[in-house]
Design a protein around this ligand. Structure first.
Ligand code: ZN
Length: 144
């Protein structure tokens, strides 16, 4: 992969030391998502409180991109107001659909911009989106 070396480092850091990994005992909902084309699997526990994302914990197996992206997502969206979390999520999805043309909004996405290069590799986009789609699924169900 032709990812910028700095960005690779961010991805590898999250892969080696994932944040919020290990499922919490308390949760409002648990979802399980997988990406059969790569073999990635993520289980996500979500707790919402007063319209805020109170806690995201997860467990999973898969490639470095899927695991690192789930780690970044869990860190980035925890503590955010629901609508703001969805705004960040939409920005990440847009970045993944940019075919390498976007660098991403660093203010919104923080470490998430490290995945900009992934958008050039259609086969890997689902890896990067796996944890984010799990969050979207879980939060939409809780807020419904
Ligand atoms: Zn993968």
């Amino acid at each position: 992969m032709e990812l910028d070396s700095l960005y690779q480092e961010v991805i590898l850091d999250h892969y080696r030391t994932p944040l919020n990994k290990g499922l919490s005992s308390e949760k409002d909902i648990q979802v399980h998502h997988n990406n059969p084309s790569c073999g990635d699997e993520v289980t996500l526990n979500l707790t919402m409180k007063d319209g805020f994302v109170k806690q995201i914990t997860w467990d999973g197996v898969g490639c470095s991109i899927s695991m690192a992206s789930t780690s970044v997502m869990s860190d980035l969206l925890s503590g955010k107001e629901y609508q703001q979390a969805m705004k960040v999520l939409e920005a990440f999805v847009e970045l993944m659909q940019s075919k390498g043309q976007s660098k991403g909004d660093e203010e919104l996405l923080e470490d998430g911009v490290a995945f900009a290069g992934v958008s050039k590799f259609p086969a890997r986009i689902k890896c990067a989106l796996l944890g984010w789609m799990a969050f979207k699924d879980a939060s939409t169900q809780v807020m419904a």
